[in-house]
Design a protein around this ligand. Structure first.
Ligand SMILES: [Fe+2]
Ligand SMILES: [Fe+2]
Length: 340
């Protein structure tokens, strides 16, 4: 997922996991380091990739880790809203499909934490530190997973449009300069494309059902539209790290470019189903060549990023409980590995 360009004021408020290097250059650099950074930047501008063992500027490491750790956190937290629907899925087939999807998301988190671990190791940060930071509410995860999913249609909208938004973002990140991340994203994107089909199928079934089922989808869309616009992060001018991230090709598309791609892809599909998008200002401006949308309330976005979403605390409590209950497994594995 996108890291949503989650910078100040959120960074200051939400904090970073202990041990992270400070944002920006830590102090005056000597000319040799300047030269090394210039060579590194030139390599990336030529389209070369960075491997885990390569030398990299500390700011490059920090930005990659921030993006990748937030993605890993989002996969594991993203399993929770849909998990709530496993016992209540309307048929056995739906239950099995949802269980498989939730399992995929947790698997994505495992793959991505492995990449984050390699980046974090030279900083003395372990996976356990990352998990501790997450359950303590000190590490970020995606805004969309702080919202409630009160109906089965919400499970459908999440799988169709939230996974659809994730796929737009992650497909762009296939071109990232950090090669280990790009490699695991290839597998993740393939699985996300299946999640999208699962979501589409839920929504198409409901939309060809009763009036009450169609209204349930409309109400779910009304709830998710704003979080979906927030999904891609704040406007580019509110993302202070974006310029450097683009220069180093950590990211290759801006937040607004991704949001526009999502709108171009999904607005026609949503309308074709007979659903109303809850934004009277939304239209495609031919002259500007872009979608124009109403104010998505960026204050709400920043509140959610700072951990004040409607379900943030409840979902973190579930993750904390699960982390505690599985502690003995991690400890047994660690003892086994130490003894081997
Ligand atoms: Fe995923
Ligand atoms: Fe997914």
């Amino acid at each position: 997922m996108a890291d949503q360009g989650m910078q100040s004021p959120a960074d200051a408020a939400a904090g970073q996991p202990a041990g992270w290097p400070p944002a920006g250059p830590a102090g005056p650099r000597d000319w040799r380091e300047e030269e090394r950074i210039a060579e590194f930047t030139a390599r990336l501008e030529r389209g070369e990739k960075v491997e885990a063992g390569d030398w990299m500027p500390s700011e490059y490491r920090r930005q990659c880790l921030r993006l990748i750790q937030t993605h890993a956190n989002s996969e594991i937290m993203g399993a929770l809203p849909e998990r709530e629907w496993i016992p209540r899925a309307p048929t056995l087939r739906r239950k099995l499909a949802l269980m498989a999807k939730v399992q995929d998301e947790v698997g994505h988190a495992q793959l991505i934490y492995r990449v984050a671990e390699d980046l974090a190791a030279p900083l003395g940060i372990t996976r356990e530190d990352m998990m501790d930071a997450l359950v303590a509410g000190k590490a970020k995860f995606h805004n969309v997973f702080s919202y409630p999913a009160p109906t089965w249609a919400d499970a459908g909208i999440i799988a169709w449009l939230v996974d659809g938004a994730a796929l737009v973002t992650q497909a762009a990140l296939l071109q990232t300069s950090y090669a280990p991340y790009a490699r695991i994203l290839r597998r993740i994107c393939a699985e996300e494309a299946i999640h999208l089909k699962h979501g589409e199928d839920i929504i198409l079934t409901l939309m060809s059902g009763t009036r009450a089922q169609q209204q349930m989808v409309q109400h779910a869309l009304n709830r998710w539209w704003r979080p979906l616009l927030h999904f891609f992060g704040p406007p580019d001018e509110m993302s202070p790290n974006l310029e450097q991230a683009m220069k180093w090709r950590i990211k290759v598309r801006t937040n607004e470019e991704l949001r526009q791609e999502f709108l171009s892809k999904y607005v026609p599909q949503i309308r074709a189903l007979g659903l109303q998008i809850p934004d009277p200002e939304l239209h495609y401006d031919e002259a500007q060549g872009r979608w124009v949308y109403g104010d998505p309330d960026w204050d709400e976005f920043w509140r959610v990023v700072k951990g004040q979403g409607p379900r943030t605390e409840a979902r973190l409590a579930i993750r904390r409980l699960s982390h505690e209950e599985s502690r003995w497994v991690r400890e047994a594995l660690a003892r086994g590995a130490a003894a081997a």
